[in-house]
Design a binder for this molecule. Sequence first.
Ligand code: CTP
Length: 403
Amino acid sequence: MLRGKHILIGVTGGIAAYKVCYLVRELVKGGADVKVVMTEAATKFVTPLTFSALSGHDTVSDLWTSNQSTNSEIGTRHIDLANWCDLFVIAPASANTIAKIASGQSDNLLTVLALATTRPLVLAPAMDADMFINPVTQKNLATLKERGCFVIPPAEGEHASGLRGPGRFPDIDPIVHFIEDVLNKVTQDLKGKKILVTAGPTYEAIDPVRFVGNRSSGKMGFAIANAAALRGATVTLVAGPVHLETPRNVKRVDVESAKHMYDAVMEHVKKADAVIMAAAVADYAPVSPAKQKIKKQAKQETLELSLASTPDILASLGEKKKGTTLVGFALETENGLANAKEKLKKKNLDLIVLNSLSDEGAGFESDTNVVTIIDKKGKSEKLPTLPKFDVANEILDRVKKLL
Ligand code: CTP
């Protein structure tokens, strides 16, 4: 897996920097071409010369000094290195660098590269236990995971400071395996495939300020779009009203109502190899939304709304299906498997992903999910609690086999 791969290692300031020498050596031994960038703080722990000797390339730590190995103009070094790598591994990733990357700061070569590269980013956090468990660090890591960064879980144990707890730099072998797994996942195995994903709720207007809709954060659909783009697919994401960042290399089309979503999907489905409908589309919409805000009437205890069914987007796609792989989602509160299987059949789907509401680690705003994936033959696989990004890759692994 490592042979011929371009791996850029970013070393930040922390005592674990010395362990990264062994990591570089293992990666080179495995056949990878490794280049190292360091922050200024990292150079206080290990000299750039050590990494140059181990990698066989000059080690760079600033944007301004010229050298030979990057073989590039100083002004474009960040872009050249960002494009050169197949993977950017930041190890050890200090709390400070994690915070900077999470907020998009780019005040040194390493953080500029993290911002500039479109290649997968792997972080190996290493810091004192108290810094690691600090909610700010945890929040920053959660943000980065949500954006599709891969985070190597740190080990637990005694730190250089004498403190015990999580945040230790893991052993080299598990890190190398982690890197191999990521390379495996992002081998651009979906290159040339066009995938249409929907995400989020739809809002059906009652009047200019109120709506009917489903609860949905959109996180699952965005994770699928992100993972598919990282794997090389051309991705269009039709998103209902959610406040989430658009994943890199994804074309986003914002919609509000089920009717808007229907129109956007029908417009973009023509060229799609697969459609993954993760959106929680409202099944009913007010028949005639009021033009002005509906005022509360003094003596009126109840208000009746007349609703009409919205177009079933997936069922329409299923009706005229010609070779497009169709994946639906089902959220059930009872008889989950039976209901999901019936939906798969009724809507002529290839796969359906049954979401759980009751399992721990699942739910609307959660960053993890617990799903069961059911195929056309009725075979069902319940996955363990996983980050939504991992669930996305599990779904895509199965979609890939059907394309
Ligand atoms: N779906 C759709 N258009 C709709 C409603 C749902 O395309 N108007 C899609 C969803 O995106 C999801 C799948 O159909 O992928 C199943 O949605 P769900 O709401 O669970 O199913 P319904 O058929 O609406 O059944 P019910 O609400 O009765 O459970």
